[in-house]
Design a protein around this ligand. Sequence first.
Ligand SMILES: [Zn+2]
Length: 101
Amino acid sequence: MKSHHRCPKCSGRKIWVVEKYRVPGEAAEGRELPVIPHQGGTGAASFLLGRLNPIGSFDLFVCDGCGYSELYASGFRELKADPQRGVRLLDTSDTNEGPFR
Ligand SMILES: [Zn+2]
């Protein structure tokens, strides 16, 4: 949808784009929805205060015809795997190698 500007469900060609998708927050315009709101910080202050470091944002693509929606993340290169908090990277990029190709 992002690259072809066409809905994969109904083939609609009118697509709404909402950059840096927001959710309600203290400010009137809300706050950006991060990819992960709870990644631990690295500085001394974050260690002492238990402060967490939100990472990334989403652009929302919505089909005007049927409402089908897709979210595309950006700014997530700083993500760190933290399985205890439910953050994992599934990397199958090497699975095409070997005897079961
Ligand atoms: Zn559609």
